[in-house]
Ligand binder design. Structure first.
Ligand code: AVI
Length: 326
């Protein structure tokens, strides 16, 4: 596997500095927060795979419907000219959906390199094995680390046209302000011949949304709590998982779906040599999964300098892949 690491990715000498700093800053701020970008260790990756397979978690099936059944439409919007290009996927995970696009492009004889970017080296090695065995002739460059550092790395490796995929409503894991600055930054890193596909989960019946994040089996709860286990294991924390409970909300007006962990008693937790006090019922903000209206998507594209050149929805019209150009 061709893997490139960023300067923030774990190394032998500096394994956990950024993680520790973020965790301590988050737990010492008011209200307390932890970043959901740290959910994805080996167990977190596995739990997320289980979430994607849950009947309640419709997002993956909806976008899969687009990638599986509207692949030609997708390819026409993303790759209008027959020129070599780099297909860069931000937060590629196991590439379950993009594999359909890869298959279509390989069959068409398109000249491209696939560059999946992910913060999880574990999931990238799973992806690499899968993609390499399915498409042995396809050139794959795995980029492990932060999206923008890796986008710059991708640009330093090739000057071909870029087609950037940002699937799965990953953009929903940012606040609206963060999403805007993310898109602005993306815009500054691209030129007019490049294309971006952004996957948005659309506002819909609030029960459907809340159920997707509040499954009865407790997989989403375990996904959130696993970050405390990760802190215990990697940062010498002593969270008692029995004393924290997952809580999910959805506000259909703003579209913000949020997860929290509730402290079930007054307690002190140490992380390394830092002691953190929790009051009974105190919350830790864990994750936002923003849901969007068509107006919110247009506003986001416009504010960040992109023209929206196309969109494809799944058959239920619950999810949209929006195609943008600088
Ligand atoms: C990765 N991301 C888009 C998922 C989401 O829907 O926000 C993460 C997730 N959190 C709980 N369930 C799934």
């Amino acid at each position: 596997m061709n893997v490139q690491l960023d300067s923030h990715a774990k190394t032998e000498n500096e394994p956990i500095d950024y993680f520790l700093q973020d965790v301590l800053n988050g737990l010492q701020s008011t209200p307390k927060k932890l970043s959901s970008k740290y959910f994805y260790d080996k167990i977190g990756d596995h739990l997320f795979q289980q979430i994607m397979a849950m009947p309640e978690y419709y997002l993956t099936r909806c976008e899969l419907d687009i990638f599986k059944n509207k692949t030609d439409e997708l390819a026409d919007l993303l790759i209008p000219e027959n020129e070599p290009f780099d297909l860069i996927e931000l937060g590629a995970g196991d590439a379950m959906k993009s594999t359909y696009l890869l298959e279509y492009l390989v069959k068409k004889g398109a000249d491209f390199t696939y560059m999946p970017i992910d913060i999880s080296g574990n999931i990238l090695s799973i992806l690499d094995k899968k993609v390499s065995s399915q498409f042995p002739a396809l050139e794959v460059t795995c980029l492990e680390g932060d999206y923008f550092e890796m986008l710059q790395k991708a640009a330093s490796l090739s000057n071909r046209r870029k087609v950037v995929l940002f699937l799965g409503s990953n953009i929903g894991n940012m606040s609206l302000e963060e999403a805007e600055s993310f898109c602005l930054h993306l815009n500054k890193n691209l030129s007019s011949k490049d294309r971006v596909l952004v996957g948005f989960d659309l506002k819909k019946n609030p029960h459907i949304i809340l159920d997707a994040y509040n499954d009865k089996e407790g997989i989403t709860a375990a996904f959130n709590l696993n970050l405390l286990t990760r802190i215990n294991n990697e940062l010498e924390g002593n969270f008692d998982l029995e004393q924290f409970q997952h809580y999910q909300t959805y506000d259909p007006v703003s579209g913000a779906c949020r997860s929290f962990l509730i402290s079930l008693k007054n307690q002190k937790v140490t992380v390394g040599n830092v002691s953190i006090s929790f009051e009974e019922h105190e919350l830790i903000n864990m994750e936002i999964s923003q849901k969007f209206s068509a107006e919110q998507i247009s506003a986001l594209g416009e504010k960040s300098g992109f023209a929206i050149t196309g969109e494809i929805k799944d058959s239920k019209k619950w999810f949209v892949d929006s195609i943008w150009q600088v």
